[in-house]
Design a protein around this ligand. Structure first.
Ligand code: MN
Length: 205
């Protein structure tokens, strides 16, 4: 792997002869279309939701143990993880137990987002906002919509952030999407079905 590898950490953590995850060779930047987001439910040793935003040709990633909330006052811990390739947004399947991140991954929600960051009336890029530790965006997914903030909870290399719902027309204190909406947006399968299908596929080869 080259030193300049933009997915260095992602590649270092995985053995691509063994994992079913995409290698992610190039930056598929989608300049003409809107940037995407994806939330992947990941049944690893600790169940969590991987929240990913497309920024400058990679997926900036956070692991959110409780998943996103629709309640404005709730702050959900979001631990920043390594950048993932953009084609990871389509990944669904079971990573073998002895590999990094072993467990089943399902696409829980997906869609596009809008950068809502500005400073003194000027638009701030997503990468600048992330560097500043204060990121505002509007999600347009199937389950999750509206404004959210990601706030860096520490300084420097601290990986802890908070994912917070903005108080807007999409805020809903009575909705609990994490427990009430278990089905996938992509295939309509449940987590258990993906795991079963993966076992079946493995038996056949
Ligand atoms: Mn994960």
């Amino acid at each position: 792997m080259k030193k300049s590898d933009f997915l260095k950490e992602y590649h270092k953590k995985r053995d691509f002869d063994r994992t079913s995850e995409p290698f992610g060779v190039s930056k598929n930047s989608s300049k003409s279309k809107q940037a995407i987001f994806v939330i992947q439910k990941h049944d690893a040793s600790n169940l969590h939701y991987d929240f990913r935003l497309e920024v400058d040709g990679v997926l900036k990633s956070w692991a959110v143990p409780k998943g996103p909330s629709t309640v404005p006052s709730e702050k959900h811990l979001a631990v920043q993880t390594e950048d993932h390739p953009v084609d990871y947004a389509d990944f669904e399947g079971t990573i073998r137990e002895d590999e990094y991140g072993g467990g089943t991954v399902m696409i829980w929600d997906a869609g596009t987002y809008q950068n809502m960051n500005d400073k003194d009336g000027k638009k701030l890029s997503m990468s600048e906002a992330i560097k500043n530790g204060h990121v505002l965006f509007r999600l347009d997914g199937k389950k999750i919509k509206g404004g959210y903030a990601l706030i860096h909870a520490g300084k420097g290399k601290n990986k802890n952030w908070l994912l917070i719902k903005k108080n807007d027309e999409q805020a809903d204190a009575r909705r609990n999407p994490v427990s009430s909406e278990k089905k996938l947006v992509l295939s309509g399968r449940t987590l258990n079905q993906i795991a079963k299908d993966a076992k079946h596929e493995n038996k056949q080869d």
